[in-house]
Design a protein. Structure first.
Length: 679
């Protein structure tokens, strides 16, 4: 099929070629590559063009347009852009092989054809380069740049006299570097929607400066890239149309640099592109957009407009932006999401055409008697209106408590961040569905009002009851035990069915009496720990670790007391409070006697535990074991070595270590783990 699709391209390419007397010479691909890189984009105005909502490119404004995809320049130079439909998923090699086979059938084509690997709009492409005489015998350069994107094959055909190639090829290079290929019509429509909101007047513009900056940004020099981003800032104000196209560039580093430049500029017309970048497939691009927008004073308005006044929440964008907001802005966001109520729109009554009256009911007809042994079919009741089985209208207000609250709980680190905005009693309102708040309170060990928690012990929901008891173990005191026991005694819990027993583990179905005993035990241990003096806490620690029902639950409290209260995140090891003086009279913390793998610091019978004493030694040992593996051929052995090198590079990059560096000496994270686990 690709051969059939390529026939149009070949037929256009070989027009006006002299059949007789062909003499051509093949060009060295390296020489051709150096020649192409040596061209500089001319400092001229270029006009924007779009073909089939698939490819966007810019052509010199002085060139004449001969058709929808045909352009004519000086010296009989011609440019055509061809978009063909191909089977979705067809590789570039299959399409270019069909083009290559057709070009080799051209008289003199096999002798002068040069194929070069290139890049077109961030996609892998091929350049087919030939020098052939035309009908008048003059030598012409003919080039095809082809790539495949989804169901579309995009090709740029360029023909120019050999004598004027040095003058005209820089224009063709500008066309190639300004091209932007969209994956679908929906992506193009989104681009046009954002662009039309920012660009009010379309006019030709220069692209040489932006193209040079993009080349520097895509380079490997960090300092040069930073200067290029700084030089791109004034371009945002003077030529926003050229910068807007960078947001859809296929290279993530180009998109991230465009975001940074727009964030530093005073242009606010491109805010739509920044908000859209929050959902970018590249985490680095999304983080750059989140950091840029998080500093803005109007970030709440931008997110609100993007979510259609919170009627259609953009969850991914909210979650990615929240970590970069200050406390006041985050509280404002949470407050708006919690207090939002969708205004139900009442449809306006419209006058309808009169409906003819129904026919009179038939009389004298009785249903036939049912056969023996069968159940007679129920007859419809004529007095009841039939229920509609069409679409069900669900207002946004009915989804608010179950979905919006859950999104808000995912935006904040712990419940302490919500209580200044929303009182805990409102968070636990049963009409709001307080399971999200209960779960967040357990994870952050936040104390909630005991009266509100006991008030939730009224239903037969097994999961909710156990969640409430877990919160009571954190929030209640021994004075509340009698009320808790009374509330639990009134509950009737249905036995689990066979299906639940096959799916969930057995501890999920512990009787409420056992759950109550564990809750009371945890309350009393926690109060004992809170009342203990620092010197007598060791006995309380041992008591908690000796009880299997308390060990894992008590561990966060012990860790906070040893390390001092801080973030809710877990830490590898806890420190001892013993100190020793050092030379400059500074108190230095001293670790207790820790075994090689730190197992003496863990509660008894841990479920899962892993430690790496020396990360670099682990990598070296893994490399030695893999290098001893003998495969069938030298090629397979080389592939295995390359695979291990890639894996080692990924591990070192994840710790922020340069590829040539020794991991324990350069990585602070690795040094922490090595020091703590080897002593």
């Amino acid at each position: 099929m690709s051969r059939v699709r390529a026939r149009l391209l070949i037929s256009i390419f070989i027009q006006f070629i002299a059949i007789a007397g062909v003499s051509a010479q093949t060009v060295d691909p390296r020489a051709r590559d150096d020649e192409w890189k040596g061209y500089k984009i001319p400092a001229a105005d270029f006009k924007r063009n779009v073909v089939n909502k698939t490819v966007l490119f810019r052509v010199p404004a002085a060139w004449e347009r001969g058709g929808q995809t045909e352009f004519k320049g000086p010296h009989e130079t011609e440019l055509r852009v061809i978009v063909e439909k191909v089977p979705d998923g067809i590789p570039l090699v299959s399409y270019t092989n069909a083009v290559l086979q057709g070009l080799r059938s051209v008289p003199g084509g096999a002798d002068s054809l040069t194929v070069r690997r290139t890049e077109l709009s961030g996609l892998e492409a091929r350049e087919f380069f030939l020098t052939l005489p035309d009908l008048r015998g003059d030598t012409t350069r003919r080039m095809i740049w082809s790539t495949v994107s989804g169901p579309n094959a995009v090709s740029f055909v360029f023909v120019t006299p050999e004598a004027n190639a040095v003058e005209m090829e820089p224009c063709f290079k500008a066309v190639i570097e300004s091209s932007l290929i969209f994956e679908s019509e929906a992506e193009y429509d989104l681009f046009e929607k954002l662009r039309s909101a920012a660009i009010k007047e379309e006019k030709p513009l220069r692209i040489d400066q932006v193209s040079a900056l993009v080349d520097t940004i895509r380079g490997f020099d960090d300092s040069a890239r930073a200067k290029a981003v700084e030089a791109l800032v004034p371009v945002v104000d003077s030529m926003p149309d050229a910068v807007a196209e960078l947001f859809f560039n296929h290279d993530p580093i180009v998109r991230a640099s465009a975001i940074e430049a727009v964030g530093r500029s005073s242009n606010r017309e491109l805010d739509g592109f920044l908000v859209r970048a929050l959902a970018d497939e590249s985490a680095a691009v999304a983080m750059r957009a989140s950091r840029t927008l998080g500093k803005r004073s109007d970030i709440i308005k931008l997110l609100r407009d993007d979510s259609a006044n919170w009627e259609g929440l953009q969850t991914i964008r909210l979650v990615r932006t929240t970590p970069f907001l200050d406390v006041a802005t985050r509280n404002q966001l949470v407050d708006e999401l919690f207090h939002y109520k969708a205004a139900t729109k009442i449809p306006v009554a419209t006058r309808r055409a009169p409906v003819p009256p129904p026919p009179p009911p038939a009389t004298g007809r009785t249903p036939p008697p049912a056969k023996e042994g069968t159940i007679p079919k129920a007859q419809p009741d004529p007095t009841k209106k039939p229920k509609s089985l069409g679409a069900i209208s669900v207002s946004a207000g009915t989804l608010r408590f179950s979905e919006t609250d859950e999104i808000v709980f995912n935006l904040v680190p712990d419940l302490d961040a919500l209580t200044p905005v929303i009182p805990a009693t409102k968070l636990l309102d049963e009409n709001r569905g307080g399971e999200g708040a209960l779960q967040l309170a357990v994870q952050s060990r936040t104390k909630l009002p005991v009266d509100s928690l006991i008030g939730l012990l009224t239903g037969n929901d097994r999961q909710l009851t156990r969640l409430v008891l877990s919160n009571l173990a954190i929030s209640a005191s021994t004075r509340d035990v009698s009320r808790i026991e009374t509330a639990v005694a009134k509950l009737t819990e249905p036995p689990p069915n066979k299906f639940d027993r096959e799916i969930f583990p057995p501890f999920k179905f512990r009787p409420l009496t056992e759950e109550l005993k564990t809750t009371v035990k945890r309350i009393r241990w926690r109060e004992k720990l809170e009342a203990a003096e620092p010197g007598s806490r060791g006995a309380v620690f041992k008591e908690g670790f000796a009880d299997a029902e308390l060990a894992s639950w008590a561990w966060p409290y012990v860790r906070d007391l040893i390390e001092a209260p801080g973030p809710r995140l877990s830490k590898p090891l806890f420190r001892n409070s013993v100190t020793e003086p050092v030379a400059n009279n500074i108190e230095k913390e001293k670790l207790p006697n820790v075994s090689a793998l730190g197992e003496n610091l863990l509660p008894p019978n841990p479920i899962l535990y892993a430690a790496i004493p020396d990360l670099q030694a682990l990598i070296d040992r893994l490399g030695e074991s893999l290098s001893s593996v003998q495969l069938d051929s030298a090629r397979s052995q080389a592939k295995l070595t390359m695979f291990f090198k890639i894996m080692e590079t990924q591990i070192t990059r994840s710790f922020g270590v340069h590829e040539s560096g020794h991991l324990p000496n350069m990585c602070p994270v690795a040094r922490v783990y090595c020091r703590r686990f080897r002593r």
